[in-house]
Design a protein around this ligand. Structure first.
Ligand code: GLU
Ligand code: ZN
Length: 298
């Protein structure tokens, strides 16, 4: 046990940014929400850089993200892991799923899928075209997992009861793309398990992904973390703030001001005097007075 850096605590949360740009207000909300949940439970908070797709990574972005967290006084526990160094670990999980006979190659093009499918909660539902084909699992095909009709249910701490039937709501989903890149759904589950994450706090945009992750957690024999999906920040066109729609990066010239704005978005009510305080005084207040019950659902 002593050698395992991830042994124990009752609460271990994480923040898992994709380094596709700098931290913006939307990602800060997730960072701060997950941090406060962890710290108010006397738990640990880990940071993981989700850079599976090198073509989407902006050089230097992960360094800037970490520096921004530091200047906001947010300290992480344990070592940071980077997903781009972990292909063999994802491959091992994929092989394990394959032993259940649930993984199959798919050679359909995007166009074939959208032409032959109905739209589910997350876009076109893959109609299972390649399920019965005996294709070789070579390196140039996507690999999908066979889903089923079972109802997957979970209780989100903020959103309440959520359920999906994967086969009809999502369809068989990709675990490894034809270009060899492991899918977020697989990597996130493997990493959360390996890091011993007990609580996942992230944006509401990922709520629909959770049943797929629970499905994989069940098949891989992992424990299922507690989930809390936070409201997402939208721009004035009602779109989720993202690095893709060029949300303005966080201004760290006045960290306390930024942090106050962030916790206010999360329904907290910091006293006026806190504006004049130091970052560490801010965190003392925020951790002691954190009220998850005041977070708006969306
Ligand atoms: N990397 C994902 C993102 O930046 C977050 C994944 C997660 O929290 O599960 O949207
Ligand atoms: Zn196919």
């Amino acid at each position: 046990m002593a050698n395992n850096p991830y042994s124990k605590p009752n609460y271990r949360g994480r923040f898992a940014p994709s380094p596709t740009g700098q931290l913006h207000f939307g990602s800060l909300v997730t960072a701060v929400g997950s941090y406060l949940e962890a710290k108010s439970h006397d738990g640990e908070w880990l940071v993981r850089i989700e850079n599976l797709d090198a073509t989407r990574e902006v050089p230097g972005a992960s360094t800037v993200i970490l520096k921004t967290l530091e200047s906001l006084g947010m300290e992480w526990d344990h070592e940071i892991i980077h997903q781009n160094h972990r292909n063999s670990i994802y491959q091992a999980a994929l092989s394990l799923l394959d032993t259940h006979g649930l993984v199959y190659p798919c050679t359909c093009t995007r166009k074939e899928i959208s032409d032959s499918s109905i739209t589910g909660v997350c876009g076109p539902i893959y109609p299972g075209t390649c399920r019965k084909k005996q294709l070789n699992k070579n390196h140039f095909t996507a690999l999908r997992i066979r889903t089923n009709k079972c109802l997957i249910k979970f209780e989100d701490t903020l959103q309440g009861q959520v359920s999906q039937r994967l086969e009809s709501d999502i369809g068989d989903f990709v675990l490894r793309r034809a270009d060899g890149i492991y899918a977020y759904q697989l990597a996130v589950v493997v990493d959360d398990a390996e890091q011993g994450i007990t609580h996942v706090v992230r944006g509401l945009d990922l709520l629909d992904s959770t049943p797929r992750q629970i499905f994989l957690q069940q098949l891989l024999g992992y424990s299922i973390p507690v989930h809390m999906h936070l409201p997402v920040v939208v721009n004035n066109q009602g779109k989720k703030l993202s690095k893709q729609n060029l949300a303005t990066p966080i201004d760290i010239s006045n960290p306390v001001e930024q942090l106050i704005e962030t916790v206010r978005f999360l329904g907290q009510d910091p006293p006026i005097e806190l504006r004049e305080s130091s970052v560490s005084t801010f965190w003392k207040w925020a951790i002691t007075n954190w009220q998850p019950g005041a977070i708006p659902q969306n």
